[in-house]
Ligand binder design. Structure first.
Ligand SMILES: Cc1cc2nc3c(=O)[nH]c(=O)nc-3n(C[C@H](O)[C@H](O)[C@H](O)COP(=O)(O)O)c2cc1C
Length: 260
């Protein structure tokens, strides 16, 4: 089974999320015969889509931009499983990963006549028979992951089809790179590893396993404290920069004040 990991974190190898992804894939490799390749989005040349629709008209199936995207597209088409590994940024995927996703337009067809399902639901039919499973692995800084990932769930439901992807979303993501929380994070990574073994063996995760790996690491008040002290800056120092911003906005003609 060919597994493609698309690492969408701007932190590359140092990504919190990649710690989770690596543990999962390591587990998979112990129960399934897999060949793994990772593409690191931050290191690739990925221009934003020009919106020219040449890939549907003048140069069908091919984007006019010559950068690293085509090679990733070919890897996606030849994979059996694609794992998107990314941090949550403003309730969505990081911009460069979004650009890579938008540049997949050459792999779908523009025609709508006779495509009732796509016409009714919105969306374009895929051009190739190539099929792969999709797993989304993500960490975020907030505590809960139910509402904050709604936009991601909606987006990938349209891209992959409703229910056609598996999600592993973890809050408290920054704790994976803090020294004081390593013991608990390491235990979680071991559970994720075991989940990978299960997925490699069964092709899915039981509800109990999913709940176990996506549950909270700390109680909310303890997490709030750990998260706040982790920034290494006092509230007073933080506010000094707010005063500067207020002055600059006032110079533009609008009076604003501090809320927090
Ligand atoms: C620009 C930016 C936007 C972010 N937006 C969110 C957000 O909307 N919700 C959230 O819970 N965390 C947010 N975070 C926190 C990251 O998701 C979190 O730190 C994550 O663990 C980083 O993972 P990585 O190391 O794999 O990149 C944001 C971080 C940055 C830098």
């Amino acid at each position: 089974m060919k597994v493609l990991i698309i690492n969408g974190s701007p932190r590359g190898e140092n990504s919190n999320t990649m710690k989770v992804t690596r543990a999962f894939v390591q587990g998979m490799s112990e129960s399934a015969d897999i060949e793994v390749e990772t593409v690191t989005v931050k290191d690739l040349k990925i221009e934003p889509c020009l919106g020219c629709f040449c890939c549907w008209s003048k140069t069908p199936g091919k984007c006019v931009i010559k950068d690293d995207v085509r090679s990733v597209t070919l890897k996606i088409l030849s994979s059996d499983l694609v794992i998107y590994s990314f941090p949550l940024f403003y309730y969505s995927v990081p911009g460069k990963l979004k650009a890579l996703i938008e540049r997949q337009l050459p792999t779908v067809a523009p025609f709508m006549e006779g495509q009732r399902d796509y016409l009714v639901n919105g969306g374009h039919p895929p051009r190739f028979t190539a099929k792969h499973k999709t797993i989304l692995i993500s960490t975020c800084g907030f505590y809960p992951t139910d509402k904050s990932y709604d936009a991601i769930r909606a987006q990938f439901s349209m891209i992959c089809g409703e229910g056609n992807f598996m999600e592993i979303f973890l809050g408290e993501g920054e704790l994976f790179s803090r020294r004081v929380t390593q013991r608990r994070c390491q235990a979680r990574l071991e559970a994720v590893h075991d989940a990978g073994v299960e997925y490699g063996r069964d092709g899915e995760l039981s509800e109990a396993t999913h709940e176990k790996i996506c549950s909270h690491l700390y109680p909310p008040t303890m997490y709030a404290h750990l998260a706040d002290v982790g920034w290494g800056i006092t509230m007073e120092d933080f506010r000094k920069s707010d005063e500067e911003t207020i002055k600059e906005v006032e110079a533009l003609g609008k009076k604003i004040d501090l809320i927090y």
